[in-house]
Design a protein around this ligand. Sequence first.
Ligand SMILES: C[S@@+](CC[C@H](N)C(=O)[O-])C[C@H]1O[C@@H](n2cnc3c(N)ncnc32)[C@H](O)[C@@H]1O
Ligand SMILES: [Zn+2]
Length: 272
Amino acid sequence: MTLQAADGLLACPHCGGRLTVGDRVACPRGHNFDIARQGYLNLLGGPQPKHADTPAMVAARRRVLSSGAFDRILNLVAEHSRRAPRVLEVGSGTAQYLRGALGEDPSRCGVALDISTAAAKVAAKADQRIAAVVADVWGRLPLLDHCVDEVLCVFAPRNLAEFARILAPGGRLVVLAPNPGHLAGLRARYGLLGIEADKQERLLASTSEFFERTVTSRLLHSVELPAELAGDVVAMGPNAFHHPPVPEGVIADQLDVTLYVFEPLPPAGDLR
Ligand SMILES: C[S@@+](CC[C@H](N)C(=O)[O-])C[C@H]1O[C@@H](n2cnc3c(N)ncnc32)[C@H](O)[C@@H]1O
Ligand SMILES: [Zn+2]
């Protein structure tokens, strides 16, 4: 049962108490939660918002990540992950990046957190060491204070105050974000949403309250996307809400992303 991987990490969304994972999941105050038939735990406490990734988006993402087209990015994240014992991936989608970060060591464990139940169903089957949890990254994360050694955030929303709260001493935050050139060919060809030119500066400015940057690594790599795969690249992203993909032929494009590693700043008032 993959949810056991999160035993000792999860916090009750009602009272913050430690959740114990058994046949059900419960806190000492008696709040309890059913484990879904598909093996994930839903701690959202309400309906899934409309912007959550749909089953079709998740299926497209899985095909893209399994095709090899994004392997350079998967490898970049795995290389910079410190092979930490306990890893949280937020906005984890299919949890393929988390799986890469865990490497082959059976003693490591991961929590894949996403607001989409469609994503959680896939993440729950990704690896025995991965627990899939449905929750909103913009709320209080359902994790205990200082309980994980690494937070991964790949093409996903960032709640920096919460990441700082849940990271253990010596822990790290690994963020991967797209640059304006990322899949720019597809974006131009299909009139898709662009990436703001100042996205990276805003990311760095927002992190500086809680974190110190220790690594910056840019990846620029040409890819050739056959028509079907190009359609999946469009269909797996937010553009799927607005633009049905209609590609033809092979599309030459590029991956253009930057990975950052951050370490938490000491708490204010710490005179070390
Ligand atoms: C662009 S996808 C990236 C997925 C995965 N990290 C990857 O790169 O394959 C963004 C993911 O964030 C999730 N997401 C969006 N808003 C969220 C929120 N408020 N809380 C948790 N997850 C969220 C989406 O459901 C989606 O799976
Ligand atoms: Zn509780």
